[in-house]
Design a protein around this ligand. Sequence first.
Ligand code: IPD
Length: 267
Amino acid sequence: PGSSPEELLSIAVRVAREAAATARRMRDEAIGDVQTKSTDTDVVTAADKAVERQVVETLRAERPGDTVLGEEYGGAEAAPGTVRWVVDPIDGTVNYLYGLPQYAVSLAAEVDGEVLAGVVRNAATGDEWTATRGGGAWRDGRRLTCSTETVLGQALIGTGFGYDPLRRAHQGRVFAQMITRVRDIRRFGAASLDLCLAAEGKLDAFFEKGLNPWDHAAGGLIAAEAGMVVAGLNGVPAGPEMVLLAPPALFPALHDLLAELDAAGGP
Ligand code: IPD
């Protein structure tokens, strides 16, 4: 099977649509068991597991040489030069549990750590964002461009909170400081969708500490292809320590404020 970004995207879109249909159907019929994972606030439903299993089985059958990394079942490292699929079967699981229409399937294809194609599909609404490396970010046939905001005090910023209570306390302190310096802050509850909202200019910027690769692999490419700078703090690439994205002219001011607040300590 071919591995051009376009070929990978067309597989990703088909698999994500099937996955979103399963998530939606289970939401309408029966979510199944609800369990907690890392902490009491970190929930997983039978649907998260069923959707991931479906994605893994489809990709394994169609592309036996690839590997898959998923939120619920983990996965192996990929051999150099091979494709690794990175999947969040239901990003926004708490929204899913409560029936809030902000949960998504996120699926990315990467080679040697570089994301080549990604799709995020809001399973509740059917909205879908896609990107290929170098090929732009798209929604419903429309090419996306991010915000052109340059002033931090006028920026609408998205963020999220992890499940670990110590991490949350730190994130709360950063939030409390930042909220006085920006237009406002939004917390919608599904990082992949936040990144897509940023890609289409509905958020000026986004940051979150402690995201996992499946939360930001696809959305990060979509935001970058829409013109955003996607990075971590102090020259580190976007990763577990921080995912920060902003339009180029806004990035330095947000980066410096966040670096200062984040350095105030905490996990
Ligand atoms: C979570 C959501 C949330 C973010 C958390 C993630 P999950 O993913 O993306 O917005 O703040 O850090 O863990 O658990 O719903 O797949």
